[in-house]
Design a protein around this ligand. Sequence first.
Ligand SMILES: Cc1ncc(COP(=O)(O)O)c(C=O)c1O
Length: 382
Amino acid sequence: MALKIARRAAIPPFFAMEVLAAANVRETAGERVLHLEIGQPDSAAPAPVLEAAARALKSHRLGYTEALGIKPLREAIAAHYRLTYAIAVDPARVVVTTGSSGAFLLAFLAAFEPGDRVALAAPGYPAYRNILVALGLEPVDLLCGPETRFQPTPAMLEAVEGRLDGLIVASPSNPAGSMLSPTDLALLAGYCARRGVRLISDEIYHGIVYDGLAASAATMGEGAIVVNSFSKYFSMTGWRLGWMILPPDLLRPVECLAQNLFISPPTLPQLAALAVFDCKAELDGHVRRYRQNRDLLLAELPKAGFTRFAPPDGAFYLYADVSQLTNDSEAFCARMLAETGVAATPGLDFDVGRGHKFVRFSFAGSAEDMAEAARRLRTWLA
Ligand SMILES: Cc1ncc(COP(=O)(O)O)c(C=O)c1O
């Protein structure tokens, strides 16, 4: 007899990971695959981080830490806010987590009841919606397009029928790469504060910005849950470390949840991450490479027939409207991989209703890979 599987586990796959798996199969068979599907830096963590990790391996017992993270790292994160955004953040409000993914789980569990309704932009990072669904919460899609730079507005919130308990924003966003201006973020934060809506600001792509200014919701009072990570700008993706700045009322609930769900964030990455805030020169070098990659693709992809992109202000993605080429981005990406060896992610990951007309290209890889990918796509679609 088949045993029960919980309905909450019936969430969609993360297509980017499925494309990666298919790409890896081809690579193992000896093909040269260009990875424009996966959103991670192809650089390692900076050398001082590796050295700190090596030292910790030799000298540290590596037991559990405090559930909210080690004090020196929470202080270093608070200092990062002082330097980057010129604000004083109490280290007591900083919570170290297992990637920003762990932060979302803790934040959603602490802030929402099953059945609560949380608004989010479509297109958007798929795990927001899938974690919400797995927790019995209701995602409320805000359909965003080029008119609002693929970002939500207070007018969209106003137009939602029924109650809203939360709003998730991401600036720069995945997949669009577009940003909310400081004024637009402040307007959303103000709306949420007035209406009793919990604002969750995903700031994971801060530091990877090409045009404009990435404003932090942490500069707009203590009401927002601010989420960030060592995975992107800090080039420590697989170390699985992130953080949150919490409103004071959520600190104790999150601490109790973190104690029970994770005991503590991973110890070795915490000790190593203490060194990363001094590696700005190297990390900014990666951002310069991303900018060159972005400029190269923006110049070359139109020659292949990709002409409409969301404004790529930051992050390392180009979200292309491919409706003139296909009405089935999943099949299109599968064919692209099979016939050119270029892996890209179908928009379905990010927008259930309209993603069949979009493809996301990640330009976090090397300049050579970007140039080669553009060349292959040009020949393919010629
Ligand atoms: C917008 C966004 N938020 C959160 C994450 C999760 O990252 P991590 O758990 O590595 O911090 C990602 C990963 O790609 C992302 O694109």
